[in-house]
Ligand binder design. Sequence first.
Ligand code: SF4
Length: 427
Amino acid sequence: MRVGGHFCPGVLHAVQAKDGLLLRIRVPGGLIDANQLRTIADGSLSFADGTIEITSRANLQLRAVRNQDLSHIVASISSAGLLPSPQHDRVRNIVTSPIAGLDGEEFMDPRPLIHELDRQLRAEPIFANLHPKFSFAIHGGPRRFNRDLDDIALQAVDLNSSPHLHLSIGGLSSGFMVKRSDAVECVLAVTKLCIGLASEYSVPVRAKAVVKIPDALKGIVDALSHLLTPSPVATPSHTVIEALMGVYPTTQDGRVSIIPSVPLGRLNPEQARYLADVSNEWEGDIRLAPWRGVVLGSIPKSAADNIVGHLQTIGLSCEGRDGFQGIAACAGITGCDASLADVRGDAASLAQRLLGHAVPSGWTVNLSGCDKQCARRHGATAELIAGPLGYTLNMAGSRVASDCSREFALDAVAALHENLLSEVAAQ
Ligand code: SF4
């Protein structure tokens, strides 16, 4: 086990933060089972600050772990099967749709590929030292959830009802696609080529750095010509969706997905246990979502009203009017030494101002405790960045104010929210 302050956290790589040790737990594809979630809930209550954070790559995070409790919580996480290969503790970013296999618009269910990719990554020592931010994405259809550029992404395209997957590397379309049966082999081969090129040219082992090397993308595609065929579309069309919320039909008869708001991506143990109980009782499943949320998948439609009602009472509203939708905040003053503001508290104050209102399309607000902007999502509707003299406020990509008070900033964002809703109503 390593403990330090200067590396990306894992389970065996606890990072010292202001409020204690920070641990990040890999959950490939965000696919977690009820017992695992319950174990994390128990661990959070016994050994951390009693919250479970969902990350933007659908992994989990525990904060404020005490040094003397570290070995206990690591053992607990390991016993739940969430540390299957200690060497690959931080090889963890495999993202897919949180409604994979339930989405009527999908061309294929990507989950078997997610599991196989994870298994094969863990089987090879060469991947153990992959950059902890290196991310893989496999999408089964046109619906895709907004993320920063993944290092290697496959997206299904419908080709005469025979699913193929379009390959992107470092955010660039390769112009080629791969058969489903060759998909994992292709991703692993691209990863190895990226590792080799990064070493040869002394660039970070990130695909977005590798594709900046002259002719690197062409070289990778040429090396994989036995697996790739030209794609009929250079970049497949896709619908980018920020987040889902509510009750959605699924491809399974009589079953629905229930998707609540998770304020600031943080679950408390009571909420996590209830999600686990529902999943067990109704033989559904749980998926973590890259919008830092959660999906209860494949729940009988007949049980949905009761479940939605109970979720509301424990702070997980499915109505989309709790004010938190689209709002993200970094660790803030309680969790980070660098923070110059209580951004989580200010995010909650903003949510209070927006409570009860609908959410304008694409509404995203980032609150960051310093100009490093860890919570940043590109193209946000509004950004609040704390500085020594107050907030910098950006709205719709333009600077609106510098060194302003929290009240000014929150009022301005709330006014923007109201304006956007009025514009929609006037259309
Ligand atoms: S944005 Fe700044 S204050 Fe917030 S978590 Fe990152 S480094 Fe800390």
